[in-house]
Design a protein around this ligand. Structure first.
Ligand code: SF4
Ligand code: SF4
Length: 278
């Protein structure tokens, strides 16, 4: 039996909005009964959220596309009455356009903000995984097909050879909001996390880039090491948001440095000068 799933790799997403625009092309102005009413202006069934971290000149921007997560534990289903929201055998969560009429509570029940209210037609609406196309033999929804960087993949979770299963094996899988434990059919790779970075300058040679200097970041649980690049810059990626670290720098001929990098610390530790020991 088919059981659909989607993976969104945030590292591959360039924020081009092709998914959003193609979803509009598929759904705006067209009812796709029995799974969806036409998408009116102002609805984003796949929202491309922009997340900026760090401070100038060390800034990272990530784009996180968010459609309905097609949760196995779906709050929208719990809020609906009369079977207005149901899960198909393939896992897709559908809002029945007729039964859901007047049920505004379905909108506020979704913890992902994935359901929108159509004022004119008195109905909640959301992403359907393009169920009308899948039922016509399509292998993937329109937004997946449109993504130029293959950031979104889709397929049958029960088929070991499916693209979605190949991708699942490539990197650790994450839920968008893991604390909610809604068991979504949408999983993510590389959701944005805290990073720490800085620049090292040798006090007696400030006109040269301090290349290849070892930098260590540690706390009770983790020890991470890196070296400065050709510009004397270093960075540590994918750190726990709530972890305090000690940053240590050791280089032959220079006094060692230790800096506290608390959970509340700036992403950018700035310029760190190593003084010659001699
Ligand atoms: S993301 Fe929201 S609308 Fe989609 S299944 Fe989960 S609770 Fe329902
Ligand atoms: S799966 Fe279909 S309905 Fe859902 S966001 Fe993509 S294009 Fe829109």
């Amino acid at each position: 039996m088919t059981r659909y799933g989607m993976i969104i790799d945030v590292d591959r997403c360039t924020g081009c909005y092709a998914c959003f625009l193609t979803c509009r092309d598929e759904h705006a102005g067209h009812d796709h009964r029995p799974v969806a009413l036409a998408q009116p202006d102002g609805q984003a069934w796949i929202k491309v959220g922009e997340q900026e971290r760090g401070s100038f000149p060390k800034v990272k921007v990530s784009y996180v596309p968010v459609p309905c997560q097609h949760c196995a534990d779906a709050a929208c289903m719990g809020a609906a009455t009369g079977g207005a929201v149901y899960r198909r055998k393939d896992g897709i969560v559908i809002i029945d356009p007729d039964k859901a009429a007047g049920q505004r509570g379905i909108v506020s029940a979704c913890p992902y903000g994935a359901v929108f209210w159509n004022e004119e037609r008195n109905s909640p609406q959301k992403c359907t995984f393009c169920a009308h196309l899948l039922d016509d033999g399509w292998k993937q929804p329109r937004c997946v097909e449109a993504c130029p960087t293959l950031a979104i993949v889709f397929g049958d979770l029960d088929d070991p050879a499916s693209e979605v299963n190949k991708r699942r094996a490539e990197k650790p899988l994450e839920d968008l909001l893991p604390k909610l434990a809604t068991k979504p059919l949408v999983s993510y790779h590389c959701l944005p996390k805290r990073f720490l970075c800085g620049e090292i300058v040798l006090g007696d040679r400030p006109d040269q880039c301090a290349v290849g200097i070892a930098v260590t970041l540690r706390n009770g649980r983790q020890t991470l090491t890196t070296v400065t690049d050709n510009y004397g810059d270093f960075e540590f990626l994918n750190l726990d948001v709530d972890a305090d670290f000690i940053l240590s720098i050791e280089h032959a001929g220079y006094k060692p440095r230790e800096l506290a990098a608390s959970a509340a610390a700036e992403f950018n530790l700035g310029t760190i000068v190593l003084e010659a020991s001699g």
